[in-house]
Ligand binder design. Sequence first.
Ligand code: CTP
Ligand code: CA
Length: 234
Amino acid sequence: DELLALTRDLEGLTFAVSAGGTREPIDPVRYLGNRSSGRQGVAVAAAAAERGARVLLAAANIESAVLADAGRGVEVTTVGTAAELGEAMDRLAAEADVVVMSAAVADFRVAEVSQGKLTKEDGGIPSLSLVENADILKGLVERRREGQTIVGFAAETGTGEELLERGRRKLRRKGADLLAVNEVGWTKGFEATDNHLIVLDRTDEVVADAAGSKRAVADALLDAVVSYRSGQSS
Ligand code: CTP
Ligand code: CA
């Protein structure tokens, strides 16, 4: 760890990283959310900054104690909804050599947000109609800058080959350069401090398989980015 922290191999590069989980409002006091704490994305941002990169972080609903781990060097934009995250990432990615979409983006938002708090006095059980949010990662891939490397994340349930196959399909669908797949479940991946990431590239190759602290896993992901980029420029 000490040695890794001394390697400034990302000097001269700008990273745009998203982390956390979006929240889609239902009414002024309620939202649809997910269990992403932002720890893994913050660890990627912190590791990239320590390795010399300029890091722009779009932080979606990350607890301040977690966000503090990003460190002083990271420039933070805070966002709430998927729409806000999309806007922020479009702006940050326009300056970035490497884009890492580790945020958990809500797939759906509530079609009509209630201006007043929903109340039982309204009678009956309310039903929510949902509409699909734009795919931020796909949009970033469409607007990719020359030489820009785009990394997606996929939190998947399941194990082994099944998990990898789903990751491969997702990588193809999204058109990203690399996809970091992590296994999640009721007790895995979220509040845990340790993580397991498998990184796939466009040839469907496993280019990294790392387990350990979210920081160690972040460094393994950054190593995969570095070798992917050096393979492209040669
Ligand atoms: N993502 C995104 N915008 C969305 C949904 C997802 O940018 N509206 C990004 C995530 O940040 C992540 C990647 O896409 O980097 C994969 O997210 P995931 O939820 O696994 O993919 P989906 O295409 O939404 O597929 P699923 O139906 O399995 O949730
Ligand atoms: Ca999704």
